[in-house]
Design a protein around this ligand. Structure first.
Ligand code: F6R
Length: 596
């Protein structure tokens, strides 16, 4: 959950590394550091955000180097524990994402051999391992050092006297950016977009030597790997704030376009090019974490409605504890980053159990895309804000597409049904735009309720998981304690928590749950809690029950989660802004979770 960059080229490395590193700050921001190779190996680190590093570092001359922004997992966030970490002789500098699980044993054995340690990190063992394996060839030293390492990693290593950056990957993302007379390395493509959009993704077990004119990749056995570079269509603008005060707000406003992109060219071709042909599965199992799990829960309603295929949903980290059943489900792994370690582990487990797997991912070439039989890309573009917004909405689009695909195969969906689905999907960007046009009203509501300590979110049927997602967004960025419930559950416990200081957000669109939702809203009001309802335009009844109402365009209920979640994203965003929270980088959480 840290960010890595590397540079090998003809220009001064320091500013380029810093520039790229700033684009990765969302991956970790408790400390950072840089190593530049010139006449000697220069290394500088500091605690705090990258701005602290920038303002305190000396000028470093040299055209090769590595840099790192950290989110601590092993060892406190201090300057000593910041990366790069050097060996005893300060000849090798290492940056690392991931966890070396056998680092205690390695540290003990290296100490017995006379190595002295200057940090509490697992990473430092690697600098000492490279030091002891080095016989003049850095890549060979890294390969030999890796033989002793258990765990997950993306490593980048430099040494004095070698005009190269050596990189290694196992379950932690690394991408090589190709330039003209210069090459780059990063844990995330967005770091490099200012300099290049031609990328080579590294795979697990690979080691690479990057010089200014060449890139050599070796597989686990030491064989050279030839891999075609991919041209990434994301522009630098895509990865920057574009005039919005926060990435999160920019990404919320990008949703009409993201939905459009996600559908582009797909809905029409589903019949001629189905995702799965002659598929031998009788059920679907969706596996994911966090917001992606909520997309999975919503997906269950969509898939069952459109294809009548029984669908279950499981949290990734729990999948390994489930017993293999006699069922042979199609396993759908949902992960916007494509790198979440628990979801990767679940993908491997599903394959071990012999299931067909589909990944729903936003990042091209990410780890999950190499682990599954089929990938549905969500095409939301880069999402920098830690809170998932446009990736969630496009995951829902992927669920509609998957539901249609399965529905046509199971014959649960007729040609007429398909035509109507396509029309409704095409209306979604407009329904979302309507919500965005009400941003000022939602901001005013956020001002009214910003001193709340707790907020509850209720919904029924397909809007129940949307209540869960609204609560997650609220707690993670505004730090208001948010809880989502199926509205019918209120009376089984949560009602005890209600008071005038705990507003309740109720999703009450006009579907077959509407009357019951009105009943729940009355229950809540009777306990003195203010109610913010979300309903369909033209519903004059709702305002009689709720204190405040946000209206969305009337659309078929199956699609209502999309505009409803946009209301809840905006509400969470403005609550957080009103409370002065660090919206794009909430405390204690990171964008890509590559630890279990
Ligand atoms: C919340 C959020 C997280 C992620 C979760 C899974 O806003 O972003 O809950 O959804 O960490 O991440 P991915 O989708 O990358 O697997």
């Amino acid at each position: 959950m840290c960010g890595i960059v590397g540079y090998a080229g003809g220009r001064e490395a320091q500013q380029i590394l810093l520039d790229c590193l700033k684009r990765l700050e969302y991956r970790g921001y408790d400390s950072s550091g840089i190593a530049v190779v010139g006449a000697d190996l220069q290394l500088f680190k500091s605690k705090g955000e990258i701005a602290v590093l920038e303002s305190s570092m000396p000028v470093m001359k040299g055209s090769f180097g590595i840099a790192h922004t950290r989110w601590a997992t092993q060892g406190k966030p201090t300057t000593e524990n910041a990366h790069p970490l050097a060996d005893c002789s300060n000849r090798f500098a290492v940056v690392h994402n991931g966890i070396i699980s056998n680092f205690m044993d390695l540290r003990e054995s290296l100490q017995k051999d006379g190595h002295t340690f200057s940090s509490e990190t697992d990473t430092e063992v690697f600098s000492h391992l490279v030091e002891s394996e080095y016989k003049g060839d850095l890549l060979e030293a890294v390969r030999n050092a890796l033989k002793r390492v258990d765990g997950t990693y993306a490593f980048a290593v430099v040494t004095h006297g070698k005009d190269e950056v050596v990189a290694a990957r196992n379950e932690s993302p690394l991408v090589i950016g190709l330039g003209d007379g210069e090459n780059f390395l990063a844990s995330d493509v967005t770091a490099l977009l200012k300099y290049t959009n031609l990328m080579v993704y590294m795979s697990d077990g690979e080691v690479a030597r990057i010089t200014k004119d060449s890139v050599t990749i070796l597989d686990r056995e030491g064989r050279e790997v030839k891999r075609e570079p991919q041209r990434i269509s994301w522009s630098l603008d895509d990865a920057e704030k574009g005039g919005y005060p926060h990435f999160m707000l920019k990404e919320i406003f990008e949703q009409p376009n993201a939905i459009h992109e996600s559908m582009l060219g797909r809905v029409e071709s589903l019949e001629s090019e189905p995702f799965f042909q002659g598929s031998p599965f009788s059920s679907v199992k969706i596996i994911a974490c966090g917001t992606s799990y909520h997309a999975g829960l919503t997906g269950k309603y969509i898939l069952e409605e459109l294809s009548r295929t029984p669908t279950t949903v499981q949290i990734s980290s729990e999948y390994r504890y489930s017993t293999a059943s006699r069922e042979n489900p199609l396993v759908v792994l949902v992960t916007q980053s494509g790198e979440t370690l628990d979801t990767m582990a679940a993908a491997r487990e599903a394959r071990k159990r012999g299931h067909r797997t589909v990944g729903i991912a936003n990042v091209m070439g990410s780890a999950i895309t190499r682990e599954v039989d089929h990938v549905i890309y969500t095409r939301a573009g880069p999402e920098i804000g830690v809170a998932a917004t446009k990736t969630f909405v496009t995951q829902l689009v992927a669920m509609y597409l998957l539901g249609m695909d399965l529905g046509m195969q199971t014959k649960a969906m007729s040609a007429q049904g398909k035509r109507s689905m396509i029309g409704q999907l095409r209306n979604l960007p407009r329904a979302v735009q309507d919500v965005l046009n009400q941003a000022d009203e939602i901001e005013a509501l956020a001002k009214k309720y910003s001193s709340a300590k707790d907020m509850f979110f209720i919904g029924r049927n397909i809007n129940y998981p949307i209540a869960l997602e609204g609560a997650l967004k609220t707690k993670e960025i505004s730090y208001i304690h948010g809880e989502g419930f199926p509205a019918g559950e209120l009376k089984h416990g949560p009602l005890a928590l209600l008071s005038k200081d705990s507003p309740v957000v109720a999703v009450a669109v006009k579907d077959h749950t509407y009357e019951k939702m009105l009943g729940n809203i009355s229950e809540v009001s009777a306990r003195g809690s203010p109610v913010i309802a979300i309903g369909f335009e033209g519903d004059t009844e709702l305002a009689k029950y709720a204190d405040d109402v946000i209206y969305i365009r009337e659309i078929p209920p199956l699609f209502s989660p999309v505009p409803v979640i946009v209301v809840l994203q905006l509400l969470a965003y403005y609550l957080a802004r009103e409370r002065g929270c660090p919206i794009d980088k909430p405390k204690n959480i990171a964008k890509t979770v590559t630890v279990e």
